[in-house]
Design a protein around this ligand. Structure first.
Ligand SMILES: [Zn+2]
Length: 262
């Protein structure tokens, strides 16, 4: 059952090694050159068998999931949802992490890709119809011109690959942090503000920017939520734990921009 969804939508996938189409052989996806990948009974395909462990580990993704489920990003999810055309049949979440956004936004046939196996295993847990893949954004296991909407949320991009897999009139929805995003955590760490204009200009080399939507909200935090925010952000990856005092974090600001491009 959990593997069947991949065979049902085999035409949306392609070999990430050589780029040829897959066909089914027993319980495997086999490309024209014999590269073979087996959908796991857990509901995902591991297209990166030699991947190195990531700093994005299960603890980070579980903290992120609790934060998303507590509703801190509900306004962000509403804004993204409003930007997905109603007739979109195939969605791809490129850099989907633990899949919480993917599940909130997915419709039609939805593919989730991330290079962190822990994240994809968490996303697939419990069984669902989304096609979860452990893969590389620079060589996605996705067929040419097959996708209506790419979501690229808080994740690096590969615009050449995005162009390849999108249908000609497909849409890219990219979510980027803005200057006040998690500013309370950056203040604790003594870090400076940053700007995303370089990200925007890079996107505009390959895509036409249709609209920019900014979402800014502030929230009070309890200590458990503060600890989860500290655990879920790459801002704290290289910070000694004794510098991270969750009791000092009593508020948090979400400040992001949704870039809608074609
Ligand atoms: Zn191949």
């Amino acid at each position: 059952m959990s593997a069947a969804k991949f065979f049902e939508h085999i035409d949306l996938l392609r070999c990430p090694v050589c780029g040829t189409a897959f066909s089914r052989a027993a319980q495997s996806l086999v490309c024209e050159n014999g590269h073979t990948f087996d959908p796991s009974r857990k509901g995902y395909v591991h297209f990166l068998p030699n991947a190195k462990p990531s700093k994005y580990d299960a603890a980070l993704f579980e903290a992120r999931r609790r934060i998303l489920e507590a509703g801190f990003y509900d306004g962000v999810i509403r804004a993204i949802s409003a930007a997905i055309p109603s007739d979109a049949d195939v969605l791809l979440d490129a850099g989907c992490g633990d899949g919480t956004f993917t599940k909130a936004l997915g419709r039609g046939v939805t593919i989730g890709i991330d290079n962190a196996k822990d994240a994809i295993a968490l996303a697939a847990r419990g069984g669902n119809s989304i096609l979860w893949t452990v893969g590389d954004l620079t060589r996605m296991p996705v067929a040419d011109a097959s996708v209506d909407v790419i979501l690229n949320l808080f994740s690096p991009a590969h615009y050449g690959e995005f162009r390849r897999v999108l249908k000609p009139d497909g849409r890219l929805l990219k979510l980027v942090p803005q200057s006040d995003y998690l500013k309370e955590i950056r203040a604790l760490l003594g870090e400076r503000d940053y700007s995303n204009e370089a990200v925007v200009s890079h996107l505009c080399e390959r895509f036409r920017l249709l609209d920019r939507v900014r979402i800014t909200e502030s929230f009070d935090l309890d200590e458990r939520q503060a600890a989860d925010f500290l655990a879920m952000t790459p801002l704290t990856f290289d910070v000694a734990p004794d510098r991270l005092d969750a009791s000092q974090l009593t508020h948090i600001t979400i400040d992001v921009e949704l870039l809608i491009a074609q």
